[in-house]
Design a protein around this ligand. Structure first.
Ligand code: ASP
Length: 455
């Protein structure tokens, strides 16, 4: 029998996770009478999912996070050093950053066009808005307090770590990226004979970490099952999700539609006109990473798999992916920027705050900068939205209106975030003549499996 490719197993895991979460919600709390009416036990099924199933998801996430920092360090140093040509590093670096900034600005603009056309939030009843605000007031306040110290200028200054080892220990990705770049560039400037040994060590370490990715991917279907079951059980627990989704339906539609449009228009055009690669190879090849991004809501945790898919399935040379993708996971967040644009207009609509052209332009600028500073972990896009709202003079407490539906939208925007990184990596590789045909043919099922694993 033909071996099922990993992405099918992950999909099965996701479907079973949704099923298990829904079943637990359906069963709810059941009282089981044991031997006599006085001896009974209460079975809280959603609670059981959170207690006994969710830890497997956390374990899986920890495994992915465990390798993200070493992978970025080793592969970036090895990638930059083996480019072995400062001019080439500069060219690739400039192209990458320009493409990252442009795609994010375009993504936000698409979000703004869609949300202005659909106009969600204008007809929300005042009662409903008050109830939402009250319910999420304290969480919104907490998030606003946590951003009080975050200024964009400070974030730019903080790109340079005072102590790179502290940055590694704390998992400060942007700082790790900066240090790895410097180390890689420095190695290219040393005597090639001497530096060669160090570069080789970094290359071997990076291969070893990728081997760990293989192993972790073997349990991905189980990890994804647990992550999704937890999200479903958690969200459905207080029974308010259905009405919330209905009331915020047009807002959700605006975000999702704009995300799909951005992928369908911008990524497709970039890949079609700037590379010679078949579109299907790209989109099929990235499926495992996209599924993982969706389940985990973390482009940082997904990074090892994004790199693996881009290299093995799409054919991006390791030297390019080792440089472009870690940088992208940290500074390029098309989905997050787009979502911030849509959310800002939605909140302004609810507050009957008319945003003029200039303010919408400010959204594009601020959300582009904010998405650079957004950490690649779940829910941070919502926190950075506060900065965007403050910039355009809309009450940041408005984030309370959308908090209840943030997780599913986070899952969707994270998929776009990693797809955007991989698109830019593919384009940059093509421009450098470093995009290979990974299959030799047009690909078979097993090929798009970064771990070549099936449970
Ligand atoms: N979860 C997103 C990511 O990791 C960031 C965000 O939008 O909250 O890419």
């Amino acid at each position: 029998m033909r071996k099922l490719a990993l992405h099918w197993w992950i999909l099965i895991g996701m479907a079973l996770g949704v099923g298990a979460g829904l079943l637990a919600l359906q069963l709810g709390r059941v009282v089981v009478v044991a031997t006599s009416p006085t001896s009974f036990v209460e079975l809280d099924f959603p609670g059981m999912v959170l207690r006994y199933v969710a830890p497997f998801g956390d374990l899986f996430m920890n495994l992915l996070r465990m390798i993200a920092v070493p992978l970025v360090l080793f592969s970036l140093v090895a990638g930059v050093a083996s480019l072995n040509d400062t001019a080439k590093v500069k060219r690739i670096g400039t192209r990458t950053i320009v493409l990252y900034l442009l795609t994010t600005a375009v993504a936000i603009s698409i979000g703004l066009v869609v949300v202005n056309l659909i106009g969600p939030g204008r007809d929300l009843s005042g009662d409903f808005v008050d109830r939402l605000r009250e319910r999420f007031q304290s969480s919104a306040q907490q998030k606003i307090a946590s951003t009080a110290q975050v200024s964009i200028i400070q974030q730019l200054i903080d790109v340079v770590p005072k102590n790179p080892f502290e940055a590694l220990a704390r998992g400060e990705m942007l700082q790790v990226v900066f240090f790895a770049l410097m180390l890689g560039i420095a190695l290219t400037r040393l005597d090639a004979m001497r530096a060669g040994h160090a570069v080789r060590v970094f290359e071997i370490l990076s291969d070893a970490v990728i081997e760990i990715v293989h192993l972790i991917m073997k349990i991905a279907p189980f990890g994804v099952f647990a992550l999704i079951a937890k999200v479903v059980a958690d969200m459905g627990q207080d029974g308010s999700v259905g009405p919330l989704f209905r009331a915020l339906g047009w807002y959700i539609v605006s975000v999702v539609l704009a995300l799909v449009l951005h992928a369908a228009l911008v990524y497709t055009a970039l890949l079609k006109f700037m590379t010679k690669m078949p579109l299907m190879r790209f989109f099929r090849g990235m499926v495992p990473a996209q599924l993982l991004a969706f389940s985990s809501s973390s482009s940082g945790a997904t990074l090892p798999v994004t790199m693996r898919c881009a290299e093995k399935n799409v054919g991006v040379d390791e030297e390019v992916s080792g440089f472009v993708l870690p940088l992208g996971a940290t500074i390029n967040m098309d989905g997050t920027g787009l979502y911030q644009g849509v959310a800002a207009v939605f909140i302004a609509n609810v507050y009957k705050h008319d945003l003029g052209f200039q303010q919408q332009l400010e959204i594009v600028l601020t959300a582009t900068l904010a998405s650079i500073g957004t950490a690649a972990v779940p829910g941070v896009g919502l926190v950075m939205l506060i900065i965007v709202l403050q910039q355009i003079g809309v009450d940041p407490m408005g984030i309370g209106l959308i908090m209840g539906v943030d997780r599913p939208l986070d899952m969707c925007r994270t998929v776009l975030n990693i797809t955007g990184d991989a698109t830019v990596a593919t384009v940059v590789a093509a421009k450098e003549g470093m995009l290979h045909d990974p299959t030799g043919d047009d690909g078979d099922e097993e090929r798009d499996d970064p771990g070549e694993a099936a449970p």
